[in-house]
Ligand binder design. Structure first.
Ligand SMILES: NC(=O)c1ccc[n+]([C@@H]2O[C@H](COP(=O)([O-])OP(=O)(O)OC[C@H]3O[C@@H](n4cnc5c(N)ncnc54)[C@H](OP(=O)(O)O)[C@@H]3O)[C@@H](O)[C@H]2O)c1
Length: 245
């Protein structure tokens, strides 16, 4: 029996890289992201395959779909992230466009391109959204909006595909301490990024979400985990984070 095939986007760091490592036990894993050197190293480590791809570029996504071929068992739509945390009055329009390009348009572009191969396999799509999709917070409008829009792709698709053997699942992380998420959000300001996790006893780490994704994907195929929210114990709600001073 040949092993099933999984594609993980945003696999060059954080949750995506951890997910690829976890899935490698059961899948032939294709890892995609823009930084080719990183995904090649990961592919070598896990016996997978790397495809450099910017999901905001239609031609690169088409090439990614071509390289997958006519069968895909699992797509993990993980590529994305936040940029900035300024109030709406000071909205950085370029940053908003970038967030929508990768979290929303890029995700739908990848999903659309891979849907025929997922249909052939009777596959599973996991969308990695965020608790930011649950509601607004000050300075969060751009990211919250983008993640909420990504959630709508998952929800609409599940309705549209009912009767077909494709599962649509949404994994919703709370605060996850990954190396790059906050650093990217704050334009490389390491001190500001570190503040996000300061004093939090046990923020989630990438492996926590990777394990959840692998669990969602490994349920019997008639079991569809529509949405699963995973927060650290110290984060009771978006604004309610316990910190040790
Ligand atoms: N960390 C958290 O607290 C948290 C909480 C909730 C949800 N999330 C979500 O979880 C996902 C992963 O986050 P993370 O914490 O692992 O952050 P991360 O380490 O910054 O990972 C983001 C990944 O997305 C890739 N990416 C960004 N733009 C891309 C593009 N245009 N084309 C292709 N790949 C692109 C990056 O790779 P390249 O730069 O190499 O392309 C990177 O591998 C994101 O969707 C994020 O919104 C994170």
């Amino acid at each position: 029996m040949t092993r099933p095939i999984a594609l993980v986007t945003g696999a060059s760091s954080g949750i995506g890289a951890a997910t690829a490592r976890h899935l490698a036990a059961d899948f032939r894993v294709v890892v995609a992201a823009r930084r080719a050197d990183r995904i090649q190293a990961l592919a070598d480590e896990i016996g997978g395959r790397a495809v450099a791809c910017d999901i905001t570029d239609a031609a690169q996504v088409a090439a990614l779909a071509d390289s997958i071929g006519d069968r895909l068992d699992l797509l993990v739509n993980n590529a994305g992230g936040a940029l900035g945390q300024e109030p709406v009055a000071d909205a950085d329009i370029e940053a908003w466009i970038d967030m929508y390009d990768k979290n929303v348009i890029g995700t739908v572009r990848v999903t659309k391109a891979l849907l025929p191969a997922l249909r052939t396999a009777g596959g599973t799509i996991v969308f990695v959204t965020s608790v930011a999709a649950d509601g607004p917070y000050e300075g969060g409008a751009g990211y919250c909006g983008a993640k909420a829009a990504e959630r709508m792709i998952a929800g609409s698709l599940r309705l549209e595909l009912v009767g077909e053997p494709i599962r649509i699942c949404e994994v919703v992380p709370g605060m996850v301490m990954t190396e790059e998420f906050s650093l990217t959000r704050y334009g490389g300001d390491a001190a500001r990024a570190a503040k996000v996790y300061e004093g939090v006893p046990g923020p989630l780490v990438a492996d926590d979400i990777a394990e959840t994704i692998a669990w969602v994907a490994s349920r019997p195929h008639h079991v569809n985990i529509d949405r699963i929210v995973v927060r650290p114990l110290a984060q009771a709600a978006q604004h309610k984070v316990y910190r040790v001073s």
